[in-house]
Design a protein around this ligand. Structure first.
Ligand SMILES: NC(=O)c1ccc[n+]([C@@H]2O[C@H](COP(=O)([O-])OP(=O)(O)OC[C@H]3O[C@@H](n4cnc5c(N)ncnc54)[C@H](O)[C@@H]3O)[C@@H](O)[C@H]2O)c1
Ligand SMILES: O=C(O)C(=O)C[C@]1(C(=O)O)C=C[C@@H](O)C=C1
Length: 368
């Protein structure tokens, strides 16, 4: 066996794949994937996100220097128990990328002996997309990456984990798991519940009025993009952060009741002040280039393997004055629609590009 360091990635999806790409950028380690979906491992290997994959998790875990759990959080919790029963390497570092931390840390601290370094991790950036096909090395650039070390973990191990993850170019912050679960419930978990419930409300109306679907435009799409996220992931998050979410839901009902009174009373100044207060706070939030508000406007274009085709496409976009942020050829043709992925900064650019390319005879697809 080669003497390179080995990384075991459990869950080869959007976030695991993005972490793996960031590690690859900076380390000459061997990354081995394990996933319940063999297809995801095969695609990740074709895209060179992982070096190889295994169907024997236990055997690979014994040789790993770094183990990263990147599956839905309830599965991650179960894997901790599996890992705790194995004679892992003495210096191994185990981390995860899950959106909740309380139950994960509780399980890790109960299961592992003091020698094993478990350091919870949560990159605060992502997407509504899933799977390794959407993974990006730069996904976490400038985003916060929260670390929740378990008790007894030495500072040098935390520094070592940060070094493993330096290719993410994220800003690391450390906090304890209960603070993590409170803050993320407020800014991430609860908003996902609101988005899903808004979509369900519109769907109810759509069954009664045929115009609803066509007219569900700008604002509705902005506020509900995240409702397209993975249901498996959100099922697990909601179950893990249940009590926090129930108390936020109680607060929300009080807020909605206040809004109800505001609308019923119809006082123009008070209604204005309600929107004004929200706008003032929203506008004061720090603007970051990336992070929790990540831009993901990708277009896939079917191209034939002939010289000049990419320059033809970029010329069309140039003539239309559309800026692109990234362009990449995807070689795993059978797994995606279209082999050229072009990323844009805004939905408007994406739509404009799609129309221009279609007008010139190219087949395009928006999601994978
Ligand atoms: N999507 C986001 O925006 C985001 C951001 C930060 C953190 N996270 C966290 O990252 C983790 C992964 O989410 P994702 O967005 O990459 O989802 P994903 O669906 O893209 O990837 C999850 C992967 O885990 C695999 N998996 C599921 N059950 C498994 C099992 N029993 N054994 C092995 N593999 C299994 C899936 O097949 C999939 O490949 C979740 O815990 C989520 O809470 C997600
Ligand atoms: O941008 C999105 O689609 C996300 O939902 C990303 C998001 C978030 O809520 O901000 C989702 C879950 C995470 O744990 C971290 C980031």
């Amino acid at each position: 066996m080669s003497n390179k360091e080995r990384v075991l990635l459990i869950g080869v999806g959007l976030i695991g794949g993005s972490v793996a790409l960031a590690i690859k950028k900076e380390h000459n380690a061997i990354i081995i994937g394990y996933d319940v979906k063999l297809d995801n491992c095969q695609l990740a290997k074709k895209l060179q996100i992982i070096d190889d994959y295994t169907e024997n998790l236990q055997e690979e875990a014994l040789n790993a220097d770094l183990i990263i759990l990147a599956c839905p959080v309830e599965k991650a919790e179960a894997f901790l128990e599996v890992l705790a029963n194995l004679p892992l390497k003495r210096d191994v570092i185990i981390s995860d990328v899950g959106s909740t931390k309380g139950r994960i840390l509780e399980k890790a601290e109960r299961s592992f002996n003091k020698e094993v370094a478990f350091i919870g991790g949560h990159p605060m950036a992502g997407s509504h997309k899933a799977g390794p096909g959407s993974a990006r090395a730069h996904l976490f650039e400038n985003a916060f990456y929260i670390l929740t070390p378990s008790r007894n973990v030495k500072t040098e191990k935390i520094e070592k984990l940060k070094n493993w993850l330096r290719g993410t170019k994220a800003n690391f912050i450390t906090m304890d798991s209960s603070e993590h679960d409170l803050v993320t419930a407020v800014v991430s978990h609860f908003p996902h519940i609101v988005a899903a419930s808004l979509v369900r409300q519109v769907e109810n109306h759509a069954s009664k009025n045929e115009h609803v679907n066509f007219l569900a435009a700008g604002g509705f799409r902005d506020i509900t993009r995240i409702a397209s996220s993975s249901p498996e992931m959100w099922r697990d998050i909601v179950r893990h952060n249940q009590s926090m979410l129930l108390s936020l839901l109680d607060e929300w009902m009080i807020e909605m009741n206040d809004v109800r009174h505001l609308i019923r009373d119809g006082d123009s100044d008070l209604i204005h002040d309600y929107f004004f207060g929200a706008k003032k706070y929203r506008d004061s939030l720090p603007v970051r280039a990336k992070g929790a508000i990540a831009a993901f406007y990708d277009l896939y274009v079917d191209i034939l393997d002939r010289p000049g085709v990419i320059s033809d496409i970029t010329t069309i976009l140039f003539q239309e004055n559309i800026s692109i942020t990234n362009i990449r050829i995807i070689e795993a043709r059978e797994d995606v629609y279209g082999v050229l992925r072009i990323s844009f900064q805004t939905e408007q650019d994406l739509e404009k590009a799609r129309k221009s390319l279609q007008d010139r005879g190219y087949d395009t697809y928006i999601s994978m």
